[in-house]
Design a protein around this ligand. Sequence first.
Ligand SMILES: [Zn+2]
Length: 847
Amino acid sequence: MKARSGATALAAFLLAGAASFAYAASALTPSEFLGFEVGADRKLADYRQIAKYFQGLKAASPRVEIEVLGKTTLGEDMFMAVLSSEENIRNLKRIREIAKRLADPRGLSDAEARRLEKEGKVVLLVTCNIHSTEIGASQMAMEWAHALATASDPETLHRLKEVVLLLLPSLNPDGQIMETEWYRKNLGTKFEGSRMPWLYHHYTGHDDNRDWYMLTQKETKALTRAVYKEWFPQVWLDEHQMGSNGPRIFVPPYADPVDTTIHPLVWREVNVIGTNMALRLEQAGKSGVIYGFSYDAYWPGGTKNTAWYKNISGLLTEVASARLATPIDLPAGELAGGRKGLIEYGPQTNFPNPWPGGRWRLRDIMDYERIASDALLESCAVHREDFLRDMVARSRHAITAFGTTDAYRIPASQRDHPTALKLARLMEEHGVEVKAADNGDIWIPLAQPYGAFVNEMLSEQRYPEVKLVAGKDIVRPYDVTAWTLPLMMGVTVEKAALPGGLHPFNPRAEAKVTVAGGSVAISPGSPENFRVVNAALRGGGTAAIARAPFMAGDRRFAAGTVVLDAAAAKAAGGVAGETGVSWVAVSAPANLEKLKSPRVGLYKPWAASMDEGWTRWLLEQYGFDPKPLDNKTIREGKLSENFDAIVLPNVEKDTIATGKPHREETDMRYFAELPPEYAGGLEKEGAKALKDFVESGGTLIAFASASDYVADEFNVPVRNVLARSKPDDFSCPGSLLRVHVTPDHPVTYGLPAELAVFQDGAIAFATALPGLEMERWVLAAYPEAPRDILLSGWIHGEDRLARRSAAVAMTYGKGKIVLLAFRPQNRAQTHATFPFVFNSLYWSVLR
Ligand SMILES: [Zn+2]
């Protein structure tokens, strides 16, 4: 894409920096550097070009620094630009120290705090393009950085003196590259600007912005470290794009509901900044600016949302999308509201100047974003001392909101100790202070700057039922309503008074594992066991499973206990040490069944499925080796030659069958075509191939809505009693529900009698007595009393779940089927129910 003159220009650009003369005049604009007009129709710079541009800018300007935060999932350098006055750039170490001190003001006197508020700078974080199709901000970032690096007007110089801007042009560089490549490939065809038939983050797709409390992905981890351990920003803006046919830009204030855990000064600052954005946009003649729309102030899963609970003013902008860089035309009649804060498209107090319709292009997106970004910088400069003082006030409030000895204890004695350890390590990674006692208990004091975050993650949620109009429905949540980590992870955590004599928790400490040369037994119960068993088998050792309880010496081992021989224990010793999985030396009993690694196929629809990506990630992390199965491969049949188990992730049944999702919410049946090689679903041949696979001995495992597909296509005595329910009858947007577990089935080995499942759909099973050709087991069921069902979150119509089954297994021909009526691995968070998945995979290779 880059013209030859661009390369020459780059050399001059870099030279100019080295010679350190008149940098302001010599820094190339992005368009000069790239050799095309940035923001023009059908032109996109990819992440590698953007990174080169920023390198050049850094070489040319002493106002710019570059920090590489880490490698992305696919191996790119994810960078952050630091932009400020030349003096601030020289003084970054001190500025960071002050930001850190203000974020944790324990022991700081009022006088000292005042002094630091005077001396310090606002550290402002702006993240762009976490969602790869929302590509405008990745392009805008270059223009904004150039303007800041070269400005000589007093107003911009003042802003740069008051503020240190941390700017990430993309929070998902891999996806930015995928989208630009896909876009360029289809340019000039009827698929120009179309959606990609795969995820724009290798594992998580759009859910890359749902990972901010579990911190599973490399990008999330890298930025989390930079924010909560290194830079301690006071303000964070995350720049997004939304659908095309509503308002042109959302700026804060947010919509209802609001989480009262979060300090109100967060909202006051967010509102001041958002209102200034709206003002500057209106002054610039930009119509269609809305606030109080769709996006709420509740739920800690997104980038800047998690930050609210850590005393940071987190903002969101959402600009209407084009088709990437291809302009679109929207007649007035197609403009619509339909979301909270704007039901009918038209003027309201939060939307006084609706956009009238017309042509909408990448340049418009970038212009709106640029005005909002400059307004943000302005607000931070104007309110520098206020914002630093508010940070101290919020942190002090968090430290004193609970009693000085209020704490959470993670007892050393746990059903699933390795996952408890994982929870403690996760809290530490979040910048939370974690302590340990000599007896192995882990303690998390609440009297600390991130105390509100700790409390939010470790306690139950009750969704606030806010009504905007008397007698009408409550305001529905934007995303899930439960994130209680102890329930999701199956870890016992108790509130208790903080004892003395604690020492810092060392997240990297490894458990001591003895490899004495004999067999060892691992009791079932922890999902982490599977990392160990899979490592043992990969290392060439022998592993065998007890199908019934057994005694060894005077110790009883439960059904599902895995015994490793000496070679297996040696191969898996390192993994056991890291994960904290413990084992005991045994002389192996006779009647064990030998294990082999299950060969796993994972269904991958072309309507890219985030649950497929998360499942793939989870299986890889736990040492399985899933192979992708697309529609064509399944339709070709002969699946049992290559697979023991096939997993259908949570994909809606019409998408599996035909490739076209069924859209409940609108009457619109239109679905934009994908290129022909990605069109269609399993069709009739695919359904038959799956049936042949199971009948000849394979195991089929379906998650949540995919079980509707199995119930339709296979002759099974199971049906979804909520299949035709309406939201008025039943609604569960992502809550933790209690189920009772049937013990001692290979799919439930090691699970407790009762646990929390994550439910975000309308699905519950009724079963029936099958004929003699089939066996069926109800593996988990909801309690009899509706009031016992909800553990955390929000649910409507829970009586519809009472006594219904949540997990069912059956034989089918020579094979097996497992249907799970919940999300067994929602976003790789629900460790408590991972064993349903891993046990099912191993069931496929058992007799
Ligand atoms: Zn987005």
